[in-house]
Design a protein around this ligand. Structure first.
Ligand code: HEC
Length: 113
């Protein structure tokens, strides 16, 4: 009986894990769409596509999700913090994106490890 209960709990945890994973994948996919729609690739490159002068490959391993989010909503502050002198600097217009698009975009970039 005890063993059965353990199995049931284990499979519950496993399917919860799979569900979360599927949700993550859907969010990442949505974020990729936002990235394309917002034309981030005019200045940024991912996997050799887009502007190669500011690659975002591996950004998920380099920056925390908080920093990625911060870059998108307040690039002026982040440019100053990073002491970036790149021209043109990143525009300050993405903070107006709907929260769910921002979350998806952050999830997409965070997945680039
Ligand atoms: C007009 C050009 C431009 C556009 C458009 C642009 N960015 Fe940027 N972005 C930059 C520059 C310049 C930097 C600073 C890069 C540096 O200093 O290394 C930057 C930095 C970043 C960083 C931090 C990268 C790092 O390695 O530290 C992220 C994340 C980022 N941008 C995401 C985005 C996203 C997402 C979009 C679209 C919503 C976008 N950017 C649109 C120019 C742009």
């Amino acid at each position: 009986m005890k063993g059965m209960k353990t199995i049931m709990i284990m499979s519950g945890v496993l399917s919860l894990g799979l569900t979360l994973h599927a949700q993550d994948a859907a969010l990442v996919k949505k974020g990729e769409g936002v990235y394309t729609a917002q034309r981030c690739s005019t200045c940024h490159g991912i996997a050799g596509k887009g502007n190669k002068s500011n690659p975002l490959d591996g950004v998920g391993g380099k920056l925390s999700t908080e920093d990625i989010h911060h870059w998108i909503v307040d690039p002026t502050a982040m440019t100053a913090k990073a002491q970036s002198t790149k021209k043109p600097p990143m525009p300050n217009r993405y903070s107006k994106l709907p929260a769910e698009e921002l979350d998806a975009l952050v999830a997409y970039l965070a997945s680039l490890k």
